[in-house]
Design a protein. Structure first.
Length: 81
């Protein structure tokens, strides 16, 4: 969907003349349809066998960031740079 919006903005700023609106809308719709059709493949690529719980924590990165925050409060030199 972001690609469709980006193409719409690009089309709106790049093309001149009467057909600007039609070309921009068609390009945005085609890109949006491709994104909807390819959504399962894109989702499967990003999941790569990981569980939903693990993906929600960015593969446990958010837990590490929270722990680093507590270390930073206790001793800035221990938190690393």
């Amino acid at each position: 969907m972001g690609a469709a919006a980006g193409l719409a903005v690009l089309g709106w700023t790049f093309w001149r003349g009467r057909r600007k609106m039609e070309i921009t809308l068609v390009a945005g719709l085609v890109t949006g349809l491709v994104a909807l059709v390819a959504a399962p493949a894109i989702l499967a690529f990003f999941q790569r066998g990981e569980s939903v719980a693990r993906l929600e924590t960015l593969n446990s990165r958010t837990d590490l960031w929270a722990q680093r925050g507590s270390f930073l409060c206790k001793s800035p030199s221990l938190a690393g740079g």
